[in-house]
Design a protein around this ligand. Structure first.
Ligand code: MN
Length: 296
């Protein structure tokens, strides 16, 4: 397997500053060495250029809309290039707005497929429903074709069909985004589902849905806040009651076994809030598992 690492040092979509340091923190946690040990060919193409928040106005209903569209457009080109070369794009965020660039890139490369959104939040707000105007609460809705025109236009419309989108680990949903999710008929595997049925059963079902019975590639968008804050303190919007270390690892191990993963985002690591880079280290552990590292 060949992997292209693309860093997106952006925090314009988040309320808390600092996820722009995420790509650096993840590289410092020895991502490249870890992947090389798997026998994976790794090429790091560097970072996407991101405007500095202080140099822009960023006002309006959707904060930093133009800047985020600019960043995601650049990312979508890099992702499409990677896919065109037969490589798996590994996108290091940055806040979760980068996922729109990843999915736009897949569309740009002429590929279709499903999405597994592993996150404490649903990220299904639109410009109309968002309480904050922060784009990192909107990327899944935008990828499904809902929300601000500029965001939806990134992929030229919906980048993924509702029936091939699943959420895993959800435990914080705003009222109106919940209504929108239900209306769209999107399958949510909340923490309660994981509590009751176990991660293995949830992941088997999630992968079957996202891949439409095995035929399609799956883009995995991993927000580190899906983990319980006990394991991942370095995130901007922690929510209690999240995945344990092993539940998250099992999900990634099962994704690797499926051989269906065609792209991976690792987002919302915030080194300004972390403890000695442990959340970035955890991100590297999870990426390694998603790309085939096994216990033995
Ligand atoms: Mn998220």
């Amino acid at each position: 397997m060949r992997v292209e690492v693309i860093g997106v040092p952006v925090d314009l979509g988040a309320a808390r500053r600092g996820t722009d340091m995420g790509p650096s923190a993840i590289r410092c946690a020895r991502l490249a060495d870890r992947l090389a040990r798997l026998g994976t060919q790794v090429r790091d193409v560097g970072n996407i250029e991101v405007p500095v928040a202080e140099s822009r106005d960023g006002g309006g209903r959707v904060r930093f809309l133009d800047e985020i569209v600019e960043v995601c457009t650049g990312l979508s080109r890099r992702v499409a290039d990677a896919l065109g070369r037969g490589c798996l794009p590994l996108v290091l965020g940055g806040d979760h707005s980068v996922a729109m660039g990843s999915l736009a890139g897949r569309a740009r490369a002429g590929r279709s497929g499903g999405v597994i959104w592993v996150d404490a939040h649903a990220d299904f707000n639109t410009d109309r429903t968002s309480p904050s105007g922060n784009v990192h609460g909107m990327p899944l809705a935008a990828a499904c074709g809902h929300g601000a025109d500029g965001l939806v236009a990134l992929a030229g419309g919906a980048a993924v069909a509702h029936e091939h989108v699943v959420l895993v680990g959800t435990r914080s949903v705003d009222r109106e985004e919940g209504l929108l999710l239900r209306e769209a008929g999107i399958r949510v595997y909340s923490m309660r589902d994981i509590d009751e049925r176990g991660m293995a059963e949830v992941m088997r079902e999630a992968m079957a849905r996202a891949s439409a019975g095995g035929g399609q590639g799956i883009h995995v968008s991993l927000d580190l806040d899906v983990l319980d804050p006990v394991f991942a303190p370095g995130v901007g919007t922690p929510v209690a009651g999240g995945l344990t270390y092993r539940e998250a690892q099992l999900a990634m191990e099962m994704l690797a076994d499926s051989r269906l993963v065609c792209g991976l985002d690792v987002v919302e690591v915030n080194p300004a809030l972390d403890e000695r880079n442990r959340t970035a280290q955890l991100a590297v552990d999870l990426v390694a598992s998603a790309l085939g590292e096994r216990i033995w």
